[in-house]
Design a protein around this ligand. Structure first.
Ligand SMILES: [Zn+2]
Length: 262
């Protein structure tokens, strides 16, 4: 989602974002056919996610610079095949964003921005859009810096934006994959089960699985944790920013609402 902002809202990544939201969202609804979740609550979560995303798009298009300067290493190295550029840029993007994600958890003032993403007490596709616009701006500036350093081919960049955008939606899917597929996929890729661990309310699990696409980076950092299924409660016990757009925009500057009863 966040890299979409570098390409503007009317673009191939926007189309893929819409398709992935609808596709993964439809599977999610079918998987929950018991109808346990209230429709009104689901609608509020979608409205909140789309509202935050739209604000982030506007801010980023206005503020984040085009990465025209910089060493543009991939361009200078001559005839680097586009597929190689794609793999290098996707891996570098995923590592950069995983490191930023760790910093967002470590630095208290940044955690207050990131907390609204974790405050969602239902894990599902709308969670993929639930980022404070200032967090998205921070990530977009960092991504612009990476693009200035690497200077990838336009086709490689577009493919990375599409994959990263769709994978962000997929990893927040509110359903379990079949166990054998889950285990096989998680040897290389972040699955919904793996990323759900990161959203666990339990403190220790909460500090695992920071990457978006590849499990490699968390394995290297020692923060990888395999999926524990959808039985684990998600959200933040002592931080409830609700599902209202204004409340979530202002949440970093307010005292967290504590609904834990403690
Ligand atoms: Zn996080």
């Amino acid at each position: 989602m966040r890299e979409l902002l570098l390409a503007g809202p009317i673009s191939a990544p926007f189309v893929f974002l819409a398709l992935s939201l609808v596709g993964v969202g439809a599977v999610e609804v079918a998987a929950r056919r018991s109808g346990a979740s209230a429709d009104g609550a689901l609608l509020r979560r979608w409205i909140l996610g789309i509202g935050l995303w739209a604000l982030a798009v506007v801010l980023s298009v206005l503020i984040v610079p085009e990465p025209t300067g910089g060493p543009h290493l991939l361009a200078r190295w001559g005839a680097v095949p586009v597929i190689v550029q794609f793999v290098v840029l996707l891996a570098a993007t995923d590592l950069l964003q995983a490191l930023i994600h760790r910093v967002l958890h470590r630095v208290p003032v940044l955690w207050r921005l990131h907390a609204i993403h974790h405050a969602d007490r239902t894990y599902g596709v709308p969670t993929a859009l639930r980022f404070h616009p200032l967090e998205t701006l921070l990530r977009s500036f960092a991504q612009a810096g990476l693009l200035a350093v690497l200077g990838p081919d336009g086709a490689a960049l577009m493919a990375v934006i599409v994959v990263d955008t769709c994978w962000n939606v997929f990893e927040h899917a509110g359903f379990d994959l079949p166990p054998r597929i889950e285990r096989a996929l998680a040897t290389v890729f972040v699955t919904p089960g793996v990323h759900r661990v990161h959203h666990a309310a339990a403190g220790a699990l909460h500090e695992t699985n920071f990457a978006t696409v590849f499990t490699l980076w968390d394995r290297v950092m020692g923060t990888y944790h395999p999926s524990v299924g959808s039985v684990v409660p998600v959200g933040l016990a002592r931080w409830n920013s609700g599902d209202d757009l204004v409340d979530n925009l202002l949440a970093p500057w307010r005292e967290p609402r504590d609904d834990s009863g403690n």
